[in-house]
Design a protein around this ligand. Sequence first.
Ligand code: NDP
Ligand code: 2IT
Length: 448
Amino acid sequence: MSIQNEYLSGLMDRVVARNPAEPEFHQAVREVLESLVPVVEARPEFIREGIMDCLVEPERIIKFRVPWEDEKGQIHVNRGFRVQFNSAIGPYKGGLRFHPSVYEGIIKFLGFEQIFKNSLTGLPIGGGKGGSDFDPKGKTDLEVMRFCQSFMTELFKYIGPDTDVPAGDIGVGGREIGYLFGQYKRLRNEFTGVLTGKGLTYGGSLARTEATGYGLCYFTDCMLKDAGRSFEGATVVISGSGNVAIYACEKATQLGARVVAMSDSGGYIYDRDGIDLACIKQLKEVERKRISAYLDTHPNAEYHAGCRDIWNIPCGIALPCATQNELDEQSAKALIANGCFCVAEGANMPSTPEAVHAFQSAGVLFAPAKAANAGGVATSALEMSQNSMRFYWTFQEVDEHLKKIMVDLYHNASSAAARYGAPGNLVAGANIAGFLKVGESMLAYGIV
Ligand code: NDP
Ligand code: 2IT
């Protein structure tokens, strides 16, 4: 699809030319610029004052060497990144991803998405993202600790509780945050809320672990209710079996749905009786095993190698919670043909543009990532608040805040869509509502 505005279309061409070979970044920018056409037409000052040009250019990119020694004495050199994309409405905020596929374009796409997502939470947080091409899989705890310490020995120079507050993402969970925080504290001789997703004994927030998956279901629940539907009695397919997928499964089940399939990068399991989540938690959170091991204790379930075909399983609600572009047009068509009526994105940009188009054309309720998975970063911002106050809230208090944030976010995105001529289109609504707060702030600052 082309962008129906001459200036924004030219800007998109410049983004592609200036950021060659970064298809994920181009994809994320294109979708936002497409949505913002009616906004810049109503408010030409966003173009005239250079806001749109500034929006697509990160404020700062930090790229560094991360050398570390494995248990056999062999030296490895990985690359570390932090993209500090936009601080118009608060300190840079966003996760760190450790995965072999990480390169600058992935971190730029994630950092760009984070700007609008963080704005949508209604909380004062800017957009950033970081990570490394390090693969924590198959590494010992000692090796992961050495890597994290080396990574933080460079990163600590650029972050701080009022500057930039990283958190987890793919491959970065509680263990990694512990090693990173310990090294930051040691280097700075300071105990501050510089990272979120921390352990509960050293400043972490209750409900942060659950927040992205729970928030996804709170958002989806709102969207379903608005359309006269609900989770109650629905069959749900969830891709991934990491942090987001596990707590999406937990909350969807609590809301009355039956989750029948989950996956990892090796393949997927299909359990018609409903996924035994206690088993998945034990395999993934404790033993760090492959999902195929589910069959050792659940012989009636099926395991299929390769994750793509998970979308061929009949379901009413699909929650892609693994990674970007995991759900393409063919999978979207299979879901639609099997009666799927709702897709909500737990992962960042899991649906290709063609898949999104297929869902929207078929009238499937579609919740885009930057709205639907914002509960994680919103709860990170609540962790920052608690750290600043040197106080803590109960699980129930944090969960109530999270629920309200997701409900408000849904109404904010849905009313922005209606206001700008795209009723029911939450992709447009989330991009517009997320942009407006950031764009207004940038206008207020002048040329900076
Ligand atoms: P985890 O590392 O906990 O889990 C990731 C899951 O996705 C694993 O099951 C993993 O399988 C699978 N996966 C990862 N990469 C691929 C791939 N290339 N192909 C197939 N499967 C893959 O990460 P999270 O659950 O934290 O993150 C999942 C998604 O949610 C990401 O897109 C992330 O950006 C997004 N997200 C996360 C938030 C959070 O708070 N954690 C907040 C908002 C969004 P395997 O173990 O085999 O690699
Ligand atoms: O994609 C995301 O929003 C995250 N990985 C969470 C970021 C955060 O700062 O909690």
